[in-house]
Every structure is written in structure tokens, then in C-alpha cells.
Design a protein around this ligand. Structure first.
Ligand SMILES: NC(=O)c1ccc[n+]([C@@H]2O[C@H](COP(=O)([O-])OP(=O)(O)OC[C@H]3O[C@@H](n4cnc5c(N)ncnc54)[C@H](O)[C@@H]3O)[C@@H](O)[C@H]2O)c1
Length: 328
């Protein structure tokens, strides 16, 4: 992919202190982009100042909330690209506090797009959507034609957020695309607890030499290493073919959580897990087996997940071996 397209371009990353956003911001700096990061740093979410340690002098960091229309109105102006990654990501939180999820994942998305329409109509937007929109799959692998039937409030609000992007592309010509991410993992993810992903807490516990829990264990999943996700975000932004389109991302393999636990123990060269049944509040919003068909983005852009799961886990463990205290 020709990354020169980002050289000297003005790029805004919402959620840029978070897991995927910070990895993306660093990659964009390497491509010669002029990067502005906006993040609210709500402590319960994945934002962490350490994620951009060493890069602060090379980018503009704006600690503000995408729910603040005036900040967003100012921030989108003069930008060539917007990677729209700020979001409330906890499925359980969305059930316990549905209105906050609504404000961030739905209403704020509409305000961001309105700001683009009025103040930055030539911007290209890439939205981080989620496989959660599909709910419990009717068939596997899940392609983009699968019915959308979210099992939690987060899935419904992300669905609205995604479709506002497509609507603004189609009706107003604000070029926008969405990627439906599956479980994404790698350096800079939240490992303090299981709020962002179960893999985060598994990694913390294994490094602390404590057993981690796997609930049930037979569920199938796919995993995207964060560098591959970042590549997909960049490729989508760089192409005009993607305007108004939605693509699944996926992983190099499908694996049960039990096998994933074993692989992690093997890669870490030690550790143990306990198989437990699902806590009832989690069971109610569980999606069963999921893995995605990502042929559409492969055929359109040539994207493939390049990092094998085992290697990605190794790189992730290596990162947290060095940096765990910064994430606790
Ligand atoms: N990580 C995954 O497996 C995964 C899977 C599917 C979709 N996604 C989507 O990708 C995006 C990035 O996820 P992530 O895993 O990097 O999570 P993350 O929590 O690490 O990053 C999100 C960032 O957004 C910030 N944020 C939240 N609300 C905000 C607000 N109102 N204003 C400004 N900033 C705000 C947070 O502080 C955080 O830094 C999210 O939109 C998420 O829904 C992620």
C-alpha cells in the first residue's frame, strides 16, 4: 500500500489515547502525517497517556470529549482524514448504563458527522464499527450480508453510529466507510481488567503468575492483531472505492477460547487457567460462536491479516512484560 498519501496530511484520531487509536496515531506519524488526537481519558475506558509516551512532541493532543459539539466543530476543521475510534466499548456497561453508551456511540457520532458536513465537507472518515452488530450468528463465517440483530445496547448504538456514517456519505457526500472489527488484541490494550477484552485480563494474570478464568471455553472466535487492524484502517482511508462501504475484519484462524488459553500458556511458557461457567449477566449477552468472512476487504483492497495468532500473542506478552505497571 502506498502510505505516501498520508504524508503532510492533517489527520484527526478520536479515541487516539486508546488501544487501537494510539497504535494508529503512531503509524500515521511514521507515514509523515500531521496528527491530532482527541480523547476524553475517562478512566474506565482504554485511554492511557502512556500509550503515546515518547510521541507527545510529534502530535497534537487534545483532551476533550466527542460529546462536546464545540470541541468537535473546532477539531474537524482543516482535516483531510478522520479516524473515528472514540467509543464506549464495554458490552456489560452498556446494559448497566445504557444512556452513556447512547450519548457516546450514537448521539456524538451524529454530531461529529454534522460538524464534518458543515465545517469540513472534504474530509474522509473511517469509523471503527464492531462485529457485535450481528448478534448471535445464523451462519458462520459471518459476512457483511448477515442480518444485524445486536444482543446488547452497545450493539444497537454502534449500529446507529455506523449507519449515520453511511447516510452522511450517501446523502451529503461526506466520504465515509466503516470497518466491523472482531476481537482485536496487541500492545497498548487495556489489561487492568476485563472491561475492554477478556484477553487483557488473561495477560495481566498470566504475567502476575495468577490463574485466569475461561468461561465455558468451547466458543469459537477470531482475533485481529492490532497492526493488521491499523493497516486496514489506513487502506480504507486511502481508497475511494471504500466510500459508503462496510467491511468485516477477521483473523488468520478460528480458535476456541479453551485452545486460545492453552496457546497463551504455551507462549508465556507457564501459567494456568480455570474453566468456569458464564456469570448470568454475561451469559444473557453472549453471542456464542463467531468468526468472520473478510473476503470483501481482501477482494476490494487486498487486506489480509498478516500476523499469526501465536506471534501476535508473543508480541503482546513481550510488550506487557516490559510495561505492565503502566497499565495497572
Ligand atoms: N478492541 C476491539 O476488539 C474492538 C472490537 C470492535 C470494535 N472496536 C471499536 O474500536 C474503537 C476503538 O476501540 P479500542 O479497543 O481501541 O478501545 P479503547 O477504549 O482503548 O479506545 C477508545 C478510546 O476512546 C476514548 N473515548 C471514549 N469515549 C470518549 C468520548 N466521549 N470522547 C473522547 N474520547 C472518548 C477512550 O478514552 C479511549 O481512549 C471503539 O470504537 C470500539 O467500539 C474495538
Amino acid at each position: 500500500m502506498n502510505l505516501n498519501i498520508f504524508k503532510n496530511k492533517q489527520v484527526l484520531v478520536t479515541g487516539g489515547l486508546g488501544f487501537i487509536g494510539s497504535n494508529l496515531a503512531i503509524r500515521l506519524l511514521d507515514c509523515g502525517a500531521e496528527v491530532t488526537v482527541v480523547d476524553s481519558l475517562v478512566p474506565e475506558y482504554g485511554g492511557n497517556l502512556f500509550n503515546l509516551r515518547g510521541y507527545e512532541h510529534r502530535l497534537r493532543l487534545n483532551i476533550s470529549d466527542v460529546r462536546d459539539e464545540y470541541s468537535i466543530r473546532y477539531l474537524v476543521q482543516g482535516k483531510d482524514f478522520l479516524f473515528n475510534l472514540a467509543g464506549q466499548t464495554s458490552h456489560l456497561d452498556s446494559m448497566q448504563d445504557p444512556n452513556t453508551d447512547l450519548e457516546i456511540n450514537c448521539r456524538a457520532q451524529l454530531s461529529i458527522l454534522e460538524a464534518c458536513r458543515k465545517f469540513s465537507p472534504d474530509i474522509k472518515v473511517v469509523f471503527a464499527s464492531t462485529r457485535q452488530l450481528y448478534g448471535k450468528p445464523d451462519y458462520l463465517p459471518v459476512d457483511e450480508k448477515h442480518l444485524l440483530r445486536p444482543v446488547d445496547v452497545n450493539g444497537i448504538n454502534k449500529m446507529a453510529g455506523e449507519w449515520y456514517h453511511i447516510l452522511y456519505n450517501n446523502v451529503y457526500g461526506v466520504r465515509a466507510s466503516a470497518l466491523r472489527l472482531t476481537n482485536t488484541y496487541g500492545p497498548r490494550m487495556r489489561v487492568k481488567d476485563a472491561r475492554q477484552t477478556f484477553l487483557g485480563i488473561w495477560i495481566r494474570l498470566i504475567l502476575e503468575q495468577r490463574p485466569f478464568e475461561i468461561w465455558e471455553g468451547d466458543q469459537l472466535r477470531d482475533f485481529t492483531f492490532v497492526d493488521d487492524c491499523v493497516e486496514a484502517l489506513l487502506m480504507t482511508a486511502a481508497s475511494e472505492k471504500t466510500n459508503g462501504k462496510i467491511y468485516n475484519l477477521g483473523g488468520d484462524c478460528t480458535i476456541s477460547l479453551r485452545e486460545l488459553g492453552k496457546m497463551l500458556v504455551e507462549v508465556a511458557d507457564g501459567g494456568e487457567f480455570l474453566l468456569k461457567s458464564f456469570p448470568p449477566e454475561r451469559k444473557r449477552i453472549d453471542i456464542g460462536d463467531y468468526y468472520s468472512d473478510w473476503n470483501l476487504i481482501r477482494e476490494t483492497l487486498g487486506w489480509v491479516p498478516l500476523t499469526p495468532l501465536k506471534e501476535g500473542l508473543k508480541r503482546t506478552l513481550d510488550y506487557y512484560q516490559q510495561n505492565l505497571p503502566q497499565y495497572l
